[in-house]
Design a protein around this ligand. Structure first.
Ligand SMILES: Nc1ncnc2c1ncn2[C@@H]1O[C@H](COP(=O)(O)OP(=O)(O)O)[C@@H](O)[C@H]1O
Ligand SMILES: [Mg+2]
Length: 398
């Protein structure tokens, strides 16, 4: 398979090794080098170009030459996410991460809200535009000390402690003056320890316990914390997988913490997890990622029908939704669906749509070879697509 690595900076050597070891090829592109083009024609004609600084003329990338995208977007996420959206949704290349998922993960408040709607335990959190009633807000999260966080930030930067009423008042007022919003969270007394788990698909590929440096409460390795490989309980693995899936990422770094009673809290989900965990544990999680993506792509290309059986299992107040990229089908609440529908989820089951066109011409099953899904269209519509060079093939010829 050929992978498009959508990478801010150079790809990690561990990622390159994982691809090469599995006998695949890759091509690296910096998101900021790419120009996306939306065609005036109907879907199937959008394009993407490499506009790298060293090129005299932008070069069109052949979407069909890539089997999957691996996204490693660091800086300038809003731009990188729009490039990823074009590659996945407009050009139909599979990625284990959705652009909306990456955007949700990059916002600590949105992540906390989303995790809570999925029934995952998060530390009590308050968020206020104008912290007029500081005592009330602090009380809501169990009093001082409390943890304050900038909504954007990583590696422990932008996470700090509110220890005294004076510190809380002055910090919150100062940030408000700068028009910077903070979320305030109950401090989990976990002895300066947390756990970073790498989720790939529905598995935890590897997990590491991190211990904060003496005098700090943040356990990030980048804050001189130390780490060691750990095996998570089945219950904690499930929490981590559900946390990644809650923000619609099939590849993510999930941070969890345990309080004194042993309850597990999800702290955050990272869309672009670091690689220090690989050096510390000796486990290259990219091997699992490449294996998962390769299997997904094979499944998409080899699938002959979209699962529609769950339609019959539909309960009141729920919808059966299908994911155009991952070929999953799932029964979910309407609220869940509305928060996910931009992540490739739709209620359209192609397999169960009408077999007869309004003109009475029989419909044939064709494969959309970008998404692997089966589409029903008339012979006339199919010939028109062929003439325009669309991305459909007769099922028998695929
Ligand atoms: N509510 C909390 N209670 C106690 N410690 C916390 C809490 N939230 C975060 N921490 C500590 O601070 C670290 C950084 O917080 P996190 O939300 O993961 O932000 P970052 O994106 O900067 O890693 C965590 O790894 C954990 O050790
Ligand atoms: Mg973190």
């Amino acid at each position: 398979m050929n992978f498009l690595l959508l990478c801010t900076g150079s790809p990690s050597k561990h990622l390159v090794q994982a691809i090469q070891k599995a006998g695949h090829t890759y091509e690296v592109h910096e998101p900021t080098d790419l120009y996306l083009f939306v065609s005036k024609s109907e879907s199937g004609f959008d394009q993407i170009y490499n506009g790298g600084a060293t090129l005299e003329e932008p070069v069109k990338l052949q979407a069909k030459s890539y089997h999957a995208v691996i996204s490693r977007i660091g800086a300038n996420l809003p731009h990188g996410a729009s490039i990823l959206r074009h590659l996945t949704e407009n050009l139909g290349i599979y990625c284990a991460q959705t652009p909306d998922g990456l955007e949700t993960a990059s916002n600590k408040l949105k992540t906390t809200q989303r995790l809570s709607t999925r029934g995952l335990k998060v530390p009590q959190t308050v968020y206020a535009h104008d912290p007029r009633h500081i005592n009330f807000l602090i009380k809501k999260v169990g009093g001082l000390p409390a943890v304050a966080k900038l909504l954007q930030g990583s590696q422990g930067k932008g996470v700090f402690l509110l220890e005294t009423p004076l510190a809380a008042n002055t910090a919150l007022e100062s940030f408000y003056k700068l028009s910077t919003n903070l979320k305030i969270q109950k401090m989990i007394k976990g002895g300066g320890k947390d756990i970073r788990a790498i989720v790939v698909g529905d598995q935890v590929a590897v997990a590491m316990e991190r211990t904060a440096n003496k005098g700090d409460f943040r356990a990030n390795i980048s804050q001189s914390g130390s780490g060691r490989k750990v095996e998570l309980s089945e219950a904690d693995k499930k929490i981590c997988v559900e946390a990644a899936q809650a923000v619609d990422l099939r590849f993510a770094g999930v941070d969890i913490m345990k309080d004194e009673s042993g309850a597990t809290y999800v702290i955050e989900v990272n869309g672009n997890p670091g690689t220090k965990i690989i050096d510390i544990t000796g486990h290259n999680y990219f091997i699992s990622l490449i294996d998962f993506v390769a299997k997904r792509v094979q499944k998409i290309q080899g699938s002959s029908s979209v699962n529609s059986s769950s339609a019959s299992a539909q309960q009141a107040g729920t919808v059966t939704a299908y994911n155009a990229y991952t070929q999953e089908s799932r029964t979910m609440t309407a609220a869940e669906f509305s928060s996910l529908q931009h992540d490739g989820w739709t209620t359209q089951s192609y397999a169960s749509s009408q077999k007869q066109s309004p003109l009475g011409e029989n419909k044939i099953e064709v494969i959309d070879y970008y998404s692997g899904s089966i589409v029903l269209m008339t012979e006339t519509e199919f010939r028109e697509q062929e003439r325009k060079g669309g991305h459909y093939k007769r099922k028998a010829n695929y």
